[in-house]
Design a binder for this molecule. Structure first.
Ligand code: COA
Length: 309
């Protein structure tokens, strides 16, 4: 995580908002915002920690996938920058953009590469510095997001991914957008604007509370696993009310749906691996536990993956 903590009270000095509004609507109390850190520095730090945790050397890694929508450069890709920093000299490197679903889709991609015997040890990183894509004058979006990175090492094994349900609906992509650099050449005379994240909050909310439970039920059906057999639901950390709604719809107690969004806000592609790492480090995950990982966001994209720890 970046060092700088920005509280709701800090934000109330920047835009017309307050802790009561943000806490009651979202559950977020504070978030980390990058100052000196970059996407590549955060991702590299997470990658080093994951390698240490997995007891592996950088040269053991043959594929690095970075799920991100906010790399430092268009070229080189973030995965290549992280490869350079951690000296994973044997890895193939690419980025994948599926917004807040990115880590889940990247994990699925790692699984596919391993199954096809194209890779053995994959470093999967979810990282975003959304703060640079936010309009800091727009109180309806700037209070929601934070920056961060998380990583996991995925290796060929008998346990692991038990089922995948992944979806996209590009026709509804307009509810959550941020333009890249527009066409700007000598043929164009109109001025070039910088764009920021724009969101129809209620549409995104309605999408999430419907599609997240649907995708969880779909993956459980596919894997022939009952919902009561699932030990933990590690869901994208966008908003506590979304998670409470999922809990109610699926009749799963909130104790099985951990949250850290109060401290980090919505860190986009990083939220699932950051939470998974926190749970792992505090001993909340046991071998053989069944865990749902679920992402949803821009695209629109959404999906759930069932793993056995
Ligand atoms: N502080 C104070 N007031 C705010 C505010 C803020 N930070 N942001 C918006 N408001 C105001 C609005 O201007 C509006 O005022 P008005 O009624 O005078 O026009 C009022 O609060 C209600 O706004 P609304 O957008 O209807 O609120 P909401 O209850 O839908 O909550 C979200 C807004 C964004 C919290 C909610 O829609 C949401 O969580 N959506 C999902 C977003 C998300 O998770 N996106 C990422 C997915 S990956």
């Amino acid at each position: 995580m970046p060092q700088s903590v920005i509280t709701n009270d800090d934000l109330s000095q920047i835009v017309d908002t307050n802790d009561e509004w943000i806490s009651s609507r979202t559950g977020i109390k504070e978030r980390r915002i990058a100052r000196e850190e970059t996407l590549a520095s955060l991702g590299s730090e997470a990658a080093k920690n994951a390698l240490e945790n997995a007891n592996m050397k950088p040269e053991d890694i043959d594929l690095i996938i970075v799920a991100t929508m906010s790399g430092d450069h268009s070229l080189p890709n973030a995965a290549g920058e992280i490869q350079k920093e951690i000296k994973a000299v044997n890895a193939v490197c690419f980025d994948l953009n599926a917004a807040c679903t990115g880590f889940v889709f990247a994990l699925n991609t790692a699984q596919a590469y391993i199954k096809a015997e194209l890779a053995k040890n994959v470093l999967v990183i979810g990282a975003d510095v959304v703060s640079k894509q936010i309009d800091w004058n727009d109180r309806s979006t700037c209070v929601l997001f934070g920056d961060g990175a998380g990583a996991a090492v995925v290796t060929a094994d008998t346990t692991g991914i038990m089922g995948i349900a992944a979806y996209s609906d590009g026709a509804k992509g307009d509810v959550l957008t941020c333009k890249l650099r527009p066409i700007n050449n000598s043929l164009r005379k109109d001025p070039v604007d910088v764009d920021y994240i724009k969101m129809e909050g209620q549409e995104v909310f309605k999408f999430a509370v419907k599609k997240v439970p649907e995708s969880i039920l779909a993956v459980l059906e596919q894997a022939k696993v009952g919902i009561e057999e699932v030990d933990l639901f590690v869901l994208h950390q966008a908003n506590s009310r979304i998670l409470q709604s999922v809990s109610k719809r699926l009749q799963v107690p909130m104790e099985k749906i951990p949250m850290n969004l109060d401290r980090f806000g919505n860190t986009s592609a990083a939220s699932v691996p950051i939470l998974l790492d926190e749970l792992n480090r505090k001993g909340a995950i046991k071998p053989k536990d069944k865990i749902i990982l679920s992402g949803f966001g821009g695209g629109l994209t959404w999906g759930s993956t069932l793993i056995e720890w």
